[in-house]
Design a binder for this molecule. Sequence first.
Ligand code: WT7
Length: 655
Amino acid sequence: MTEQSGQGPALDNLSTESRVFPPSAAFTEAANVGESAYAEADADREAFWAEQASRLSWDTEWSQVLDWTNAPFAKWFVGGRLNVAVNCADRHVEAGHGERVAIHWVGEPGDSRTITYAELTREVCRTANALASLGLVAGDRVAIQMPMLPEAIFAMLACARLGLVHSVVFGGFSSAALRSRIDDAQARVLITSDGQYRRGKPAPMKDNTDEATAHTPSIEHVVVVRRTGSDVRWTEGRDLWWDELVGGQSDVHEAEAFDAEHPLFILYTSGTTGRPKGIQHTSGGYLTQAAYTHHAVFDLKPEQDVYWCTADIGWITGHTYIVYGPLANGATQVVYEGTPNTPHEGRHWEIIQQHGVTIYYTAPTLIRTFMKWGAEIPGRYDLTSLRVLGSVGEPINPEAWIWYRETIGAGSTPIVDTWWQTETGAIMISPLPGVTATKPGSAQRPLPGISAKVVNDAGVEVPHGSGGYLVLDQPWPSMLRGIWGDEERFRDTYWSRYAEQGFYFAGDGAKYDADGDVWLLGRVDDVMNVSGHRISTTEVESALVSHPTVAEAAVVGATDATTGQGIVAFVILRGSATADASTAKTLRDHVAAEIGPIAKPRQILVVNELPKTRSGKIMRRLLRDVAENREVGDTTTLADSTVMDLISSGLKSSA
Ligand code: WT7
């Protein structure tokens, strides 16, 4: 059994938490989805998903809902054909909603754009014509590294329209990280911007992509959106300004329908080894579950609601709950470019007040940051438009949950704590706001049509009141279809642990409470969760040892009051190197350059030894004890039992 990688603040008072908050009768009355959905889905799961797929426009009806004969490779809506972009744009115009606002875009410096569904459709068509003019054909990969601009959404949908596979790389990832993702997917085109606004200042973006594309032979063109107007280097023939390429195109484009299993995108995420995995998603099943869960979990009423998800499109949350789910549902949403404290700490609340946001979806780490800034800040704004609040990315601690409900939700707004992963594609476990009596800190119950279980090492479901591992025991429409170019790793990572039972192993610890509700307990593998971002310990360790002064490194995730976990690194320097005041900074900057600023260790401790078992495995559990200032636990399996004393005393004398 793998040891628990660390437990965030979520666990503080889980065992004593017993408050329950049922929805109001009025909410339940008007809710999109009621209690009966669970039984309906249980009675016939495939019929249930077929009904949900009918929310979309299909060019050709499927002949079979699910083909699981080649498990773990699923086929959903076999034989069905659709165009994902048409489903997210054109069909709303055809239904008479062309004048409805799709996107209220808010730029960090205060500029804004309002984009209706009619305009969205025209922009997507123009962009699709532009990409087609570069010779891209269905199945080709397009990399996108961009800030939160409308063009990022146009680009993703234009890819979908042409059957191109997009690979969006978070703007905060380094050139080295971008390069390896471009290489892995052999992307032909990269779409980026000259720069981005971050914390009130223009910051470069193309500089970063230039460093990557200097070494990526597969890239034929770099398309550059003008955002900050800053100077950029230019490679004639390869680089193209978005305005010039897209601006001159026709805004009409005849879309082709693609197979339900046509690949839609690849999104890289950290695993337990150093190399990120390209998670593959396809079209029909993904869009079905994205649309259904957005409708059910957020109770979206497209005619009335103004929805806002604060994620970045570089993560799966941005893909499913900014681009595909909301747009498939014809929602009106806010898309915000910048940081939450620019130019002031009330920026989010100001945007909610200004646009009358009714549904707000964010991450626990941000909620805890808002708590730190103080309740008086949201107190200055009118937040009465809010009617559903969502949380995603890590277990939410009951204290933050209660603050969210009281301070942002006026003590009455339902909170949906949504558990899912890049791999699941869409929400899997969550309360339904009109049905569930919510519990602070629990994601509670698999959605209708979804099955999840908490099992022990042997794969046997644990009784209520006990903990174990979370597994998904039935296929679901938006499940990953593989890891790009690595079938073996796909089987190995997710399907080998419970091969006999055919369960998908999620990598999370979980428990049932006495009512059978699910409480997520954090990762059980060597994956850390920092501000809701997944980072593997091995990835940071490889970055550290790639520095010439480092001989060995061990990384652990230590509980952090704001970010959930913080990265703490223990390093052994090479013989000739000595630690001085600049060592930690040098190494932190090195990790930022190798992976990105999000992976910078919070703390770097120089040590002479690392605790290892006799087989040479680093005992991270003991290092975590040190990192969290705890009494060091059982050291009897250490090859050298004095190592921990050496580390502890060394740290004391250097402190
Ligand atoms: C991991 C997936 C899903 C989009 C954001 C992260 C953790 C996510 C919750 C939640 C407890 C959660 C899990 C999961 N996680 N949401 N509501 N409660 N834990 O996507 O980067 O693929 O990370 O995030 O540990 O395995 P991701």
